[in-house]
Every structure is written in structure tokens, then in C-alpha cells.
Design a protein around this ligand. Structure first.
Ligand code: TNX
Length: 504
């Protein structure tokens, strides 16, 4: 009863007993995975796993398999994981945990526990198995982010796209420009619903650079890459509130308190470009991964149209319209990132005016952007809001806490196909690196509500990116029924089909 569904699974005679006399041995190349697994299993055995022979042995070894692939054989006295590399061993270990009873996911659990016998061969369908977390609209503490990373890893997802900046908050310390967090990380109050009343409560928070390093390292140990997003040139009101010279008005603004697409955007002057390159310099130090998102979405052009200095700038650059200006900005950051060996990730708006050649497109408005980008030779991550926006409510009904967006049921998410229909069977289909679900948090004001919105839909999403094609809803439902008690044991307050919501 493994989630996401592995390529093959066969029951075998068991069980394997996990107790105080269980040992763990690993190929030196897998020492990191072994250390993580010891940490997960030690509380279950009442102590450390023995380094040498025990009554039962967990063995981690390397074999001729893809880097993320593994073979897991569990029977009396031995649980063996053979993997193509550390990531594969990690996924094998995650699957092994799922052979234990749900109670083994409780932090306070005390064994012995029995793992059922099994033979599993497995490898992911897609390389990019992501989830976006918007910590800009509502801040989540470092501890809550670390817990979320564990939940992603449990579902064999490997990308956490951290949306760190927006109109309503700037969440990462930048040493060179301290007001970004001093001013930009707090707002006076927040709007309660999409069009709702103001709540009168100040909201804020940010990650220090040490916090970020800790998050990135924690994620890396769980084979999750953290992709930072510094959204520009739209979605920048918090930055402009901190440094008004970045904007088009020259007058002070406050950190935004309402939702929706704002009019306040960056100007395209050289000092503004330089400012954000200085920001990105620090971001690159903190996030060693190959991808950096500059957002690029939903940039309203009103101020560029109306401001004489923006018009002058366009003339100076020989640009015909505001769309070309937006594209010019994106290219400036692409040149800068490419020169530093990184790849720009941007929302599908970067297709307007022609995206830079090496850019990766995060296609969010349905999957049309994914089709266009892939046909033009761009790598694409399918983030279709029509299937994968977990901030959208999951049922009709007044009891849903976040009545936003179209209804996106668990079944809708499960039916999502990362390769758009129009690309099927065509060479451009290979450009689809994978897919990514998103937890935007305008209306999700606590980690508890993130749990409710993300789960169990995230488990369904995981199958769309990990498991082989040919999914079967009935089969998933049966495995999900076995999976939910694991989430219960962890303390995840997911949406229960039978209700009520945890707070009702
Ligand atoms: C669109 S997805 C946005 C976000 C919102 C989200 C709400 C994207 C690139 N932009 O700023 O939070 O919709 O669902």
C-alpha cells in the first residue's frame, strides 16, 4: 500500500522485525541516506540501530540503476535497498518506512515494529516533482517549512519552489539592503477574504540567511532542491515600500495589505537592475541549486504607460511597448544568471516578447504555455492552475475554509497529466521536465490550513509525477486509505472526505 505507487510491487513472505537489535549497514557513498534513516528509525527501536550484525539487518547498497531508482527486498531478517545513487536509496528507504505500520510514523512510537515482506522496483517518471510554497503572502516559520519538506520527501517530491517575495511581504534577509526585511517583511494588516474585510492584525516575518542555509541543507539531506523565487518586475510592492526609488511614483508606499494583481511595479532604470542583481548575488550564495526564479508573472503595465520616465527609458532602449520592456528586463536577468552558471525559471508570461534561450518556463495558466514553450525548445515545468493550485477549494460547500477558485477535487488532481495532450507523442514532449503543484497563501494564514489545503491532494499529485502512466483511481483510493493513517500519525490535519474540518 505504497504512495506514490511504485513501478512494481510484489508481496513477499515477511515480516522483517525492527527492534533494538536491528542493524543498519550502508555503502560509504550512501552514508548520508543511512544517517537520515537512522534518525527516522532510532526512536522506533528505543535507541540507535546497531552498526554491526543484529537480529535483522537493513542494507543499503549501490547497483546499476538510474540515480533515482531503487530495488527494495524485505523479508525475515533482511531489508535490502539497492539503488542507483543516494537519491534512489533515499526513496527506497521512504518506501521501506511505508511497509511499517502507520504507528511507526509517530514521533513517540516505541517498537518493535513489523515491516511486511515485499519486493519493489521503482524509479520516477519525471525529474521535476515540485511544490510551490508561498511564504510571502503568509509567513511560515522555519520549523513549519522544515516539517513541510519532510512531507514533500515522504511523497517522493524533490523540488520546493519557495516564493519568497511579493507585494505583501519580503521574506529573505539581504545584508546589502537591510530595509527589504526591516520594512518589507511586515504589513499593517491583511485582507481576510479575496474581497473581504481587513483584519486589523499586523503580519510578518522573514528568514535570516542562517535560517535559509538551514532550510536548504535540511532539504538537501532529503533530496529536495529548494528553488528560490524573487518575483519581479511585478509583485514587488514590499521592495518598493522599503526602497521607493525602485518604483515609478517616487512617493512612499506601504507594504500591500490586499490581494490580487497590484499596479506597483519596478522601474527599468539601471540602478534598479543593479539593486536586484545585488539581491540575487546573495540569493545565489544561499541557494546552490541550478535554478533561480525571477517570477515574471502578472506585471501590470499601467505605471510604465503613464510615467514619463518609463516612456523615456523605453525610447532610450529602442523598445516599442511595455511588453518589450518587460521582456528586456527578463533578458537582463537571464544574461546575468547565465553568466553565473544558473538557469532562469520564470512563469509563462516570460514567453511574451520571446523568452531567453536557456530559460525554463513554469507554465501556470492552464497548459497552453507549456505547449508553446516546449514547441519552441524550452524546458517546461507544468504548473497548470486548472489542476494543481492547492489554494483552490477542494469541494463546494460553505464549510470549506477558503472559498477561492474553481473546485479542484482530489480526483481532479489525480486525473492531471503532466504532458499536455497537444504534445503527446511529439519530440517536444521530452521538454516537459515534470510538474509542480502550488500552495499560494493569500487566504491560507497558518501552517494548519496549509495542511488542510495541501493534503491529501498532494498525495494524488505525487502519483502524477512519480508513478508510471496508466493511473487507476480505484487503486489509488485503496492505497490512500492506507496512507491517511500515516498522515494522522505525523499529525497532518488533511481534509477528510467525511468531514469535519479539523477546526469545526
Ligand atoms: C496567480 S501563479 C499568481 C499568484 C497568486 C495565485 C493565486 C502566479 C504566477 N501568480 O500570485 O497567488 O494566482 O491562485
Amino acid at each position: 500500500m505504497i504512495v506514490p505507487k511504485p513501478v512494481t510491487y510484489e508481496p513477499r513472505p515477511g515480516p522483517f522485525i525492527l527492534d533494538g537489535r536491528t542493524s543498519l549497514t550502508a555503502d560509504p557513498a550512501l552514508a548520508g541516506v543511512a544517517a537520515w534513516l537512522r534518525g527516522e528509525l532510532a526512536p522506533l527501536t528505543g535507541g540507535e540501530l546497531l552498526p554491526g550484525p543484529g537480529s535483522g539487518t537493513i542494507r543499503l547498497g549501490l547497483g546499476d540503476l538510474p540515480p533515482e531508482g531503487y530495488r527494495l527486498t524485505v523479508g525475515p531478517g533482511e531489508a535490502e535497498i539497492v539503488a542507483g545513487g543516494p537519491a534512489g536509496a533515499f526513496y527506497g528507504a521512504q518506501t521501506f518506512r511505508q511497509l511499517l505500520p502507520p504507528a511507526a510514523f509517530r514521533r513517540a512510537a516505541a517498537g518493535p515494529f513489523e515491516a511486511s515482506g515485499a519486493y519493489v522496483e521503482d524509479a520516477p517518471r519525471f525529474a521535476w516533482r515540485g511544490c510551490l510554497l508561498d511564504v510571502a503572502r503568509h509567513f511560515m516559520t522555519k520549523h513549519e517549512v522544515l516539517r513541510f519538506i519532510d512531507l514533500l520527501a515522504l511523497h517522493k517530491l524533490n523540488v520546493l519552489h519557495l516564493h519568497l517575495t511579493d507585494d505583501q511581504g519580503w521574506r529573505v534577509e539581504i545584508r546589502r539592503h537591510p530595509r527589504l526585511t526591516e520594512t518589507g517583511s511586515w504589513r499593517r494588516e491583511s485582507q481576510s477574504g479575496w474581497n473581504g474585510a481587513m483584519d486589523g492584525r499586523p503580519h510578518g516575518g522573514y528568514y535570516t540567511q542562517d535560517d535559509i542555509r538551514e532550510i536548504v541543507a535540511y532539504a538537501a539531506r532529503r533530496h529536495v532542491m529548494v528553488v528560490p523565487e524573487i518575483d519581479l518586475p511585478g509583485h514587488t510592492q514590499a521592495a518598493i515600500a522599503a526602497y521607493p526609488e525602485l518604483g515609478n511614483l517616487g512617493t512612499p508606499l506601504e507594504v500591500r495589505t490586499t490581494w490580487g494583481v497590484g499596479v506597483n511595479v519596478l522601474n527599468a532604470e539601471e540602478p534598479t537592475i543593479a539593486f536586484f542583481q545585488e539581491v540575487l548575488e546573495e540569493v545565489l550564495e544561499l541557494f546552490p541549486g541550478p535554478y533561480v526564479s525571477i517570477g515574471g508573472d502578472e506585471c501590470r503595465k499601467d505605471q510604465w504607460r503613464e510615467s514619463p520616465s518609463a516612456r523615456r527609458r523605453m525610447e532610450e532602449l529602442g523598445l516599442r511597448d511595455e511588453e518589450e520592456l518587460q521582456s528586456w528586463i527578463v533578458h537582463r536577468f537571464d544574461d546575468w544568471l547565465s553568466a553565473r552558471g544558473r538557469r532562469l525559471l520564470g512563469w509563462d508570461e516570460i514567453l511574451e516578447g520571446g523568452p531567453p534561450p536557456g530559460a525554463v518556463v513554469a507554465s501556470w495558466r492552464g497548459d497552453l504555455g507549456a505547449v508553446i514553450a516546449a514547441e519552441r525548445g524550452h524546458d517546461v515545468v507544468n504548473c497548470a492552475n486548472t489542476s494543481l493550485y492547492l489554494d483552490y477549494r477542494q469541494a463546494e460547500g460553505e464549510e470549506e475554509p477558503v472559498p477561492f477558485g474553481p473546485v479542484l477535487t482530489l480526483e481532479d488532481v489525480y486525473a492531471f497529466e503532466p504532458v499536455p495532450e497537444a504534445l503527446r507523442g511529439r519530440p517536444a514532449a521530452d521538454r516537459v521536465l515534470g510538474a509542480q503543484c502550488g500552495v499560494w497563501t493569500e487566504l491560507i494564514d497558518s501552517a494548519r490550513r496549509v495542511d488542510y489545503m495541501a493534503f491529501p491532494r498532494l498525495a494524488a499529485f505525487a502519483e502524477t509525477v512519480w508513478s508510471p502512466e496508466g493511473r487507476d483511481l480505484a487503486d489509488f483510493s485503496e492505497r490512500l486509505a492506507a496512507h491517511l493513517p500515516r498522515l494522522d500519525a505525523i499529525g497532518v490535519e488533511y481534509r477528510r472526505a467525511e468531514g469535519p474540518a479539523p477546526w469545526q
